[in-house]
Design a protein around this ligand. Structure first.
Ligand code: FAD
Length: 277
């Protein structure tokens, strides 16, 4: 295996272009990647460590967009007041994420590119409409997160392309996050949910709900939220509308039936609390 550690984006582009016909693997915090090799997965021919790329650690505000560098750690997302004041669901997801060691080591970029259906930052990023900036040998491009994650462990990254920035439009909306796991944080989610909303006098004027671990990718509960926003559903309709957008499976952590029930309970509890029905 060849190991590389570029120290600037220019060096990275030169390196990734020079590997033209070969696929490199990228190392960020290593909290997903290294356990895979410990479990026996073959080592890659080319491993590029991204950690010396200082451009990937920034958090900037530009034209009402928060730009988060892909190497920003989960711990920084938990601690930075900006997330607590404007992106509460993301702050809460980082708070409920693993233990302190993993939060300091693991990155937001790694959580996205790992593309686990249970990734804890993903529901909030979907609900806030995150747009991702990617850079590779063919240049720079942007993709909405829902077009980037294609399935469990599958993304739209092209050969030797990396995720550099996560862009979130500043928002006046409130938000919250719920994670159900076999334990509170040191456990993979059985289901996780992010809610982004604006409500006045018991009526929503904005509502986005994203759910994880209940389908091959994160899903937004658009059938439910559109009928709530245009006032065409009643609480009796909600269970079927929720189930219309999810397709959970049985696995070692929970059954599909349990996951459906958990999502139903959490979504309905949220709606009933906000609408006081
Ligand atoms: C004990 C333990 C507990 C955990 N608990 C949780 C939890 O509660 N919630 C949760 O969601 N996850 C959890 N995880 C999973 C993991 O910590 C997270 O997914 C983390 O965010 C991964 O980030 P990383 O920087 O370590 O990624 P890495 O392991 O470095 O990379 C993950 C994948 O993404 C690719 N990659 C990383 N960064 C980039 C980039 N910028 N561009 C292109 N490709 C990239 C790598 O090549 C690799 O395929 C846990 C893991 C462990 C070991």
């Amino acid at each position: 295996m060849q190991f590389y550690q570029p120290t600037s984006m220019r060096e990275f582009i030169e390196l990734s272009s020079s590997l033209s016909d070969e696929f490199a693997t990228f190392l960020a915090g290593g909290t997903d990647l290294l356990p895979r090799y410990e479990r026996g997965q073959a080592m890659p021919d080319h491993l590029i460590d991204l950690k010396k790329l200082s451009d990937l650690y920034h958090i900037n505000i530009k034209d009402d967009v928060i730009q988060i560098g892909a190497l920003t750690s989960i711990q920084v997302i938990q601690e930075k007041p900006l997330f607590q004041s404007e992106f509460m669901a993301l702050h809460m997801a980082a708070h409920d994420f693993a233990g302190a060691q993993i939060r300091h080591r693991g990155t937001i970029g790694g959580n996205i590119v790992n593309a686990s259906p249970a990734g804890d930052l993903l529901p909030a990023l979907y609900a806030f409409g995150a747009v991702l900036t990617l850079i590779g040998p063919d240049g720079e491009r942007q993709l909405p997160i829902q077009d980037f994650v294609l399935g469990p462990g599958k993304t739209a990254l092209k050969q030797n392309e990396i995720l550099v920035t996560i862009n979130l439009e500043r928002t006046p909306y409130k938000s919250t996050f719920h994670k159900v796991g076999l334990r509170q944080s040191m456990a993979i989610s059985v289901a996780n949910l992010a809610f982004v909303y604006s409500e006045k006098n018991g009526v929503f004027d904005y509502l986005k709900i994203a759910a994880g671990a209940v389908a091959p990718t994160i899903v937004t509960l658009d059938k439910l939220t559109s009928t709530i926003l245009d006032n065409t559903s009643t609480p009796e309709d909600w269970p079927l509308l929720i189930e219309a957008d999810i397709s959970p499976i049985d696995d070692i952590r929970a059954t599909a039936k349990y996951r459906k029930q958990v999502v139903n309970n959490l979504v309905q509890a949220f709606l009933r609390r906000e609408l006081t029905v």
